[in-house]
Design a protein around this ligand. Sequence first.
Ligand code: FEO
Ligand code: CA
Ligand code: CA
Ligand code: CA
Length: 721
Amino acid sequence: MKGRFHPKNNVTLNPSCNESICDVIDRVSMSRRKFIFTAASASVLTVVGEVSVGGFLQSVEAVPIPKGTGFGGIGFKSIPPNLLNPATGLLEKDLVSVPEGYTVKVLVAWGDPIIPDAPTWLADASQDAAAQEKQFGMHADGMHYFPLSPRKVVGRTVSSQARSLRRFLNRPINTGLLCVNHEYTQESILHGFEGLSPVTIAKVRKSQAAHGVSVVEISKKGSDWTYNRNSSYGRRITANTEMRVSGPAAGSALLKSKKFDITPQGSFEIGINDGYTAYGTLNNCAHGYTPWGTYLTCEENWNGYFGNGGEPLASTSGIEDSEILAGQNRYGLSADGFNYRWHEVDPRFNNRTNPLEPHLFGWVVEIDPYDPQSKPIKRTALGRFKHESAQVVVDDNHRVAFYMGDDERNEYIYKFVCAQPLRPGNPASNRDLLDNGILYVAKFNDNGTGEWLPLVYGQNGLTPENGFRSQAEVLVKTRQAADRVGATMMDRPEWTAVRPQIGGYKEIEVYCTLTNNTRRGTNPPSSNNPDGTTAGGSARPPVDAANPRPDNRYGHIIRWREDGRSVAATTFKWDIFIEAGDKTRPEPNLQGNIQGDDLSSPDGLWFDDFGRLWIQTDHAGDGRGDLANIGSNTMLCADPNTKQVKLFLTSPMDCEVTGVITTPDGKAMFVNIQHPGDSGNASNPTLTSNWPHTQGYGPSGRPRSATVVITRNDGGVIGGL
Ligand code: FEO
Ligand code: CA
Ligand code: CA
Ligand code: CA
């Protein structure tokens, strides 16, 4: 996330002396930096002629990208970027734009009523927390579509891919549930013309209600998609919703924070939590789904909602103060957090007087969208960090794994492998698969191989003498455990995406966006302070002839293949899929090309069922500086074989494009526009954007994050030939 009102995830909290991915890449010889592709892929490159990695910016391509191995081809014509107009200082268009032959429509926006009796949104943002609790939350991010009709298949696995696709292609997809994350809020837009000054419990409750997850029923009538404002499935999960904690850390003393009666008037202390209960989910960034039909929402920058007024640390039974403080440092807790100021009126969020509460955040939360009464479950087996997304793979032996990134500079990539195999067709027996298994962290070697290092109590130094007294402690302190075993520091891992096994493609191939790392390259290299903090000049791995970018400003996408085509493999092969960039600003890059693709800060990442890779971007600056030729944030479509990329969607000013899913037939695509116009302020909310009003949706008055639906005018599959 790069919203103006959001942290840049650019602090360096990792005090380990582990190797960084930059160091590893530097040592990889040029010839080994790419997977060797099949002859078929090579011939595709030849046929297309104009190769790919150089991008599309200056020449809008009309030629379709043909099908290839495990790839359905790309049929649309690239659109031009939405650039800055120097005369106005604004982007040319305050719109979402899509290619010729496609239609984009706003489906649901922040504040829209999604539960019976919810009030209609007011453009002066004068509504209170009680209204917001029944309305679509702010700043939409990751999301998934769960069909209601037909109900059966909720998502694909790489191995069942082709079958489920065939089942759906000829059946109407009429009604479904969108589960949508609401990552964060912009207080100056949320609270009307007064903004956050002064801070009150009423405002904090509204802010908490605008976080979390929405379950929204949507349906298609004719060719038109709309949401149902009176759905019995409609649901809001917020920063205060009661949840169950399960898995190895449940019941641990580390999770027994103060218990509060959470009311509209305040949070009143009533005892101690039992370690099996948590309240709320925060900073729900990206997401995942399970093959048994549930939604996974991932807690990313939850640390920023905590703060303190300099109070002394409250004592907790059996846990050393120094240990609590070390943990708070490693996860970036501070006195002011991200200036949400919740702790000033809600003592639950004071990290000194309620110091174990932060241990209840940083998890993957499982939600059953089909049962509005179900309690969300924090699944501790998947580790505690700044979770970006959790993408599932089921291999041919029905083993199940989830691939996950920890989005902060110099943090790690993880996978969780369930102990038990999936039992297809038996959702009940799969329900607690997420409670037992092994959490691994990735180490990338410089010969193009990698290892998954298990984070298991008693192994690899995860022992009492090193501060790990149980598996619960390994999981609560996942980052420290990964430091200990020697994982590889990455350039801010964002989403993971799994390539489908279609058209003869058999590998288990996982991609991860490494959005950027603008602190690379000093000579001599410098390191972090011992407490994990870093000053301006520190934590910069060196540059050299093979890796000459002084800053990884534009980011890149890494991918790996599991050895033996098993998700339980402990070794893999890896390469760099693309380095992002701007071809008019030549910078030698990792693959020996002159420049990267014309995109910056890849973040959202998703494979459709036809093997097309969709890339969403999250840069700050909209056409200024390094982004002069790139313009607004975008969504692009890539061929995983040839790396050809086409621009599919451009966005309004000051927003991120994030969250993408289609209906199972591929004919309706949903995309989120997050924090449009976030340069606006309380007294002038529409300073840089009045979207989605500018796209014909809702009253004028303030910009709103929203979900759009994209269809093809000929009724075809989105992106297809
Ligand atoms: Fe919420 Fe890492 O983006
Ligand atoms: Ca963002
Ligand atoms: Ca992200
Ligand atoms: Ca981002």
